[in-house]
Design a binder for this molecule. Structure first.
Ligand code: PMP
Ligand code: GLN
Length: 378
């Protein structure tokens, strides 16, 4: 086959999870919890399965879930999205991102992507004929220089992709970042996709600053969310997109041909579960304990790090420990000491030697402790 995507290989998450399984290693690589979701959520699914909610859901989502999402959003961010025509339920944030990109990117449109970037962004842009314009963020601060962003804007710029809290760096955007961005895009027709799948996983009392909180940015932004991260159900693949009506119309045109609709009983269960705000309000504290536990477990290793501000990932630097590139080191650590991680260079479009590994701390404390002990050996 003459490949349409010759430079695309198998995603690092699949590669590292397979290696972790083959080696019997602790999997701190792919981002998913080692623990189960709330038993209440399982009972709710079972209830709705038995009730007969087993046929196609409406294309844009079960009304009760769209309403629950709109209500949660209004409570938390004081922004109103109309459940009927501004909230769309999709099969995971991966689909939300792909559908939003497909909705706006035409052949040869330029798309600004900050790297390190979640690995689905670039291929999704390319499959739609878009031209990637990268802005490289460097460790240890990964700070966006908005002057550089301004210089990268051309008449062909169609879309800017953002992610806060950020995978893999754990960085979060501030209101001042949003103000800079708003100024840069003010007199343009540039769209924004804001990947906010870790909106509830934030630390040290730092509030999640959603792009929707800035009124002039909200008008041009597709917010992509996912229940996978928030409720420990990455295997359900239920996400959503919030966008003003005219953007949602275009979004739904793409969504209806990608998956058409999303699992019905799961949507009903989530609608009920979302009615109790404590179910998501407890998440920051829960994950703060996990982050702090992981940091205490790696404290006496030789890695250096800045604590993550959000997300369930911690990046660490191994410069001063090894001269290997991060990919080789991640493979070796999985094989030799039984701890799998993600080499952060895979989130950049060109090879680099920043010497950073990413660990997922959404794991039982026992796993984090064992990982800490093993990592002390290197
Ligand atoms: N965006 C980011 C930043 C992620 O880390 C993930 C990881 N799962 C996704 C999108 C995809 O989310 P989902 O599993 O809901 O498709
Ligand atoms: N988002 C998860 C991560 O960053 C993985 C999702 C996937 O495997 N596609 O690890």
């Amino acid at each position: 086959v003459k490949s349409k995507q010759p430079h695309v290989g198998t995603t690092i998450f699949t590669v590292m999870s397979k290696l972790a399984t083959d080696m019997g290693a602790l999997n701190l690589a792919q981002g998913f919890p080692s623990f189960n979701c709330s038993p209440e959520l399982i009972d709710l699914v079972s209830f709705h399965l038995k009730k007969g909610h087993n046929q196609y859901a409406p294309m844009a989502g079960v009304p009760a879930l769209k309403e629950a999402i709109a209500e949660k959003t209004a409570d938390l961010y004081k922004v109103n999205y109309h459940p009927e025509n501004e909230v769309t339920v999709v099969s995971g944030a991966t689909e939300a991102l792909y559908a939003a990109i497909t909705a706006v990117v035409r052949p040869n449109d330029e798309v600004i992507v900050f790297e390190p970037a979640y690995d689905s962004y670039a291929p999704s842009v390319e499959l739609n004929g878009g031209i990637l314009v990268y802005i490289t963020l460097k460790p240890p601060h990964y700070q966006i220089d908005w002057e550089v962003v301004k210089q990268k804007i051309t008449p062909q710029t169609r879309l800017i992709m953002l992610n806060t809290p950020h995978n893999p760096t754990g960085k979060m955007l501030s209101m001042s970042d949003l103000n800079y961005l708003a100024e840069i895009v003010r007199d343009t027709n540039i769209f924004i996709i804001s990947d906010e799948v870790y909106e509830h996983i934030t630390f040290d009392g730092r509030p999640h600053i959603s792009l929707m909180m800035h009124p002039t940015l909200q008008e041009r932004t597709f917010i992509c969310g996912s229940f996978g991260k928030t409720f420990h159900i990455t295997g359900w693949k239920i996400g959503y997109c919030l966008a003003p009506k005219d953007l949602s119309v275009e979004f739904r045109k793409a969504h209806q041909w990608i998956t058409f609709a999303t699992s019905t009983p799961m949507q009903y269960a989530l609608a009920d579960f979302l009615k109790k705000p404590e179910n998501y309000l407890a998440i920051p504290d829960f994950y703060q304990k996990k982050r702090d536990k992981f940091l205490s477990c790696i404290q006496s290793t030789r890695f250096t790090y800045t604590p993550a501000e959000g997300s369930f990932f911690q990046t660490v630097s191994y410069s001063g420990i090894s001269e290997e590139n991060d990919y080789d080191l991640a493979i070796r650590l999985t094989k030799e000491i039984g701890v799998a991680s993600i080499p952060v260079s895979v989130f950049y479009h060109q090879k680099n030697d920043y010497k950073i590994l990413r660990f997922c701390f959404a794991k039982d404390d026992g796993i984090l402790e064992q990982a800490g002990e093993r990592l002390r050996k290197i």
